[in-house]
Design a protein around this ligand. Sequence first.
Ligand SMILES: *Cc1c(COP(=O)(O)O)cnc(C)c1O
Length: 357
Amino acid sequence: MSNTFDLKKILRPHILTLAPYSSARDEYTGHVGVFLDANENPYGSVTEADYNRYPDPHQVDIKQKITSIKHVSPDRTFLGNGSDEPIDLLTRAICVPGRDHVIIMPPTYGMYEVSASIHDVHIDRVSLTTDYQIDVDAVLNAVQNDTKIIWICSPNNPTGNNVQDSAIETILSGFNGLVVVDEAYIDFTDKPSWVSRLDEFPNLVVLQTFSKAWGLAGLRAGMCFASAELVRVLNKIKPPYNISLPAQQALLAGLEHVSAKDKMVSDILTERKSLQDALLELSIVVKIHPSDANFLLVQFEDAKAVMDYLISETIIVRDRSRVHLCEGCLRITVGTNKENEVLIESLKKYQQKNVTV
Ligand SMILES: *Cc1c(COP(=O)(O)O)cnc(C)c1O
């Protein structure tokens, strides 16, 4: 299949010609001077740390640092207020409300659907197969004239598995709209990221986040890697100061600690294995789905009862038992060694009370 993707053809026409807000810091980019251009408070802040100046709208220092780690150039890197922000911006830039369609593959991350719904974009659902892989023919058959975005999550949330590269590749070549691969959990798998293939596929967008492996969910920072042309569009439509000054400072500091991130990832992978082994010993567990992420999707004989019991013990997991193809399942984030022990002890107690051998 040949691909004739052209971003200009799928962008909403008014976005193409839109003039972005030009912030004070866009018009003068020097670092020293008497800054009387942005109506900031000249004395400082009410807090000990000084936040009186607006942050860099283009996050130049952070992008440079990210480039040295991810090997994607800054002009192909977009930073958002969490990766939820690029999900929203992509939907808004591309999809005409009330007319255009996106394809999602349940069970998957909820924000693609929420974002489409907010903007009154039609959602076509093509179920994953029972082993949580893409039904490529069904996806390509579901593509209509007005289908603009196909959302893929790999490793997938809430199922935890990697999606086959061959399926993603077929969709990238066979679809003339955007294919977004959400790699929020990429650090927990051995599989290489799709960022290395941006050159091959102009319609490929890769999302990553600082919220999981980097341990920075509270900062709200996510990455979107795409063609320079699409990144220019996202920069044009984002709120000018979408990454706050304290978030930028903390990110810049955090990016110096790649090895600390790697150590935590490795600890989480060790814990994932022990947690899996311990869960498998319990008779109330029916199945543990293979995971390439920092959580396990676990099927129980009576998920609802287990969920209620855990809550009574103030252990909170995610009830996915009523989600398509996840019937009877709870999604359990891998915790610290101590936390996982508390969970297992609690499940053992539940089992003793409820299962007569
Ligand atoms: C957690 C998660 C994200 C991250 O969202 P942020 O807004 O960056 O915190 C993105 N996609 C998926 C599939 C996730 O599970």
